[in-house]
Ligand binder design. Sequence first.
Ligand code: NDP
Ligand code: MG
Length: 393
Amino acid sequence: MRSISIFGATGSIGQSTFDLIRRAGGAEAYRTVALTGARNVTLLAEMARELRAEVAVVAHEEELPALREALAGSGVEVAAGEAAIAEAADRPADWVMSGIVGAAGLVPGMRALRHGGMLALANKESLVTAGSLLLETARAHGATILPVDSEHSAVFQALTGEDAGAVERVIITASGGPFRTWPLEKLARATVAEAKAHPNWSMGSRISIDSASMFNKALELIETREFFGFPPEMIEVLVHPQSIVHALVGFRDGGVMAHLGPADMRHAIGFALHWPARGDVPVERLDLARLGSLSFEAPDPERFPALRLAREVMRVRGLAGAAFNAAKEVALDNFMAGRLGFLGMATVVEETLAVLSAETGLGKAPTGLEEVLAMDRYARVKAAECAAGMRED
Ligand code: NDP
Ligand code: MG
């Protein structure tokens, strides 16, 4: 029986993963090692009981008594705290979902790779902040990273059986989010509720807002560069409001392989779950005749500066990804708390990167995780200062 763990089990990706596991037979078909969450103790406990998990872990220590009570008599071990989540990743599992949001997903993913199984990677921040370390760790331990971000799963699928040397360009699509057609003046006044309302995908609130600002696509550009190793000039973004084509790979002979699928993350998760086979995944089937047409347009760098900032990070590499992601997370926290305007997020990230490049330079390749985590912490301090400075203006 295959063993699995789900990090971020209570989130949007975690729930979609759980849904697929349950439909495939649940505890009768898979041996569940670890399930983790942060705040949603009730849901975590329900899932842990149903899947008969070995251990359930919450990120926040104050939630431990509630988790212990919810799982009393179940035989499921309980634990809490950041270190306990990392320790849960030390328990070997054949297939691990990395579905924690933010830089908090990096350490558990890295630790899980050390037993050489499969890491289904939804947590794009891991690749953005520590891409080379992650890939090296996977190589050193014979582990396989399977991309779960829909665009990257699509590129992976389009590349299967192809010679990477024959690739000319890789195009990832973006829906354009809820503000695709908004003018700059209106963007400046966009609210959190408006930014969360993604037109096509149902996702966690942080990634939904990142989609509205195109910071999500910015992270994905960097993710594409880090995971597939193509140089930045070969990677493009194309706005495609219907979110049906997820990525395209163009070859030297002019041919282009596109990957199409419904806007349902269970496709990409299911692909990773069954890989290298193709399993039955219960997503809605495409009906192109009903859709009628698909449209495409170039992204607007003026209204969505995140893409330009990502290009700079792709050029510098080294610790720039860790700085970029940390600054983006702080900017997002400030926007969500009503302390920063929608367009202010890109300003905070740009200023933080400028301050850090002037102070320390960002191009040095990290030799270990500690350097990445130190940059993450330092960039958060600098970004918080930038955000506070903007409030005073
Ligand atoms: P959600 O916000 O829905 O879920 C996040 C999960 O992480 C929850 O289980 C949450 O616990 C847990 N969590 C939050 N903070 C911490 C922390 N500090 N330490 C440990 N666990 C924590 O996010 P999504 O599922 O939308 O996204 C997860 C990842 O997948 C992100 O990196 C995102 O970019 C990526 N992704 C998501 C897609 C989507 O469609 N949702 C598509 C492509 C990529 P709790 O809920 O209990 O508080
Ligand atoms: Mg994506």
